[in-house]
Design a protein around this ligand. Sequence first.
Ligand code: KPL
Length: 327
Amino acid sequence: MADARHHAQNGNGNGLIAILGAGSLGRLWGALLPAGAAAYIPRPNPDEKATPDLIYRFQDCQGRQYPVTLPALDRIPRKPEVLMVTTKAGDTLAALEATLPHMEPSIPVVLFQNGLGSQQAVAERWPDRPIMAASTTEGANRPDIDTTVHAGQGETWIGALTNSASSLVGPTVSRLETSGLTIHEEPNILNRLWGKLIINAGINPYTAILDCANGDILNAPLFRDTIRQLCLELAEVMHHEGLPPRSPEDMLLQIEAVARKTAKNTSSMCSDARRGKPTEIDYINGYIVRRACAHNLPAPVNQMLTEQVKRRTPASQQPQPNGPGVT
Ligand code: KPL
């Protein structure tokens, strides 16, 4: 198998793109960015002297497979010029606390987390750094530990969260476009992230509780009996957050359309729950509950789904949300 990445644009002369978080999404970008342009940031490991390269098999959307070797950042003499953060929402703040002190204050940081809450916590923690958030519909999964599959071609939107990020969104998008993926500048990234939150709030917890594929929620009594109320709660909270109005009816149609389109998929939350891993419930329905609370609004369906998903996850594995103060 030859490494099919486009060596022509190998990033020589440019700074590196550093990837923090080597899950499916981080490995997807690691495979698609030009060879030599990206490196991964390993977890701190005091026992290990030499950090190994990350070696895995990558399968593209056409089913072609090739090997990828992603070097560890600490073994490359070039400085990173962009930091992509592809950690789980609940791990992000701690991962950045360990990483950012070693990075130039001017490096653009692009947050790829699901849901909401973790991105604002990072922007509040480092308000003077150029922090951006990304919303992506690229689909990637890892059917086994050594393989990453690009399961569905999507699009990515990137927008500024802090003032100093505003002028850097364009250059960062151009740099990441060397992956061949479709990326847009997004002037209102929070609104875009709320759009994705609607879908995740209306699909993910049901799949985790019912332990089923996305399409199977559509006829389940739990979904049918509560989804309208969930959409009403979302519309109220979004209105109080000052976001452009969206009708609960449209939200329902959108949720059902995505559940049908991805009928055979196992959602990220169902997959985490099945593997006994921490889910991102605190950044999806749990975030909606926290925002509802902040506006003195009831959110009983989001609350019930949050509690039921947590009941499925062992207590020791539950993530800690970034606190009620996070907006
Ligand atoms: O984004 C998703 C997820 O699994 O987190 C959906 C849209 C539900 C697709 O599976």
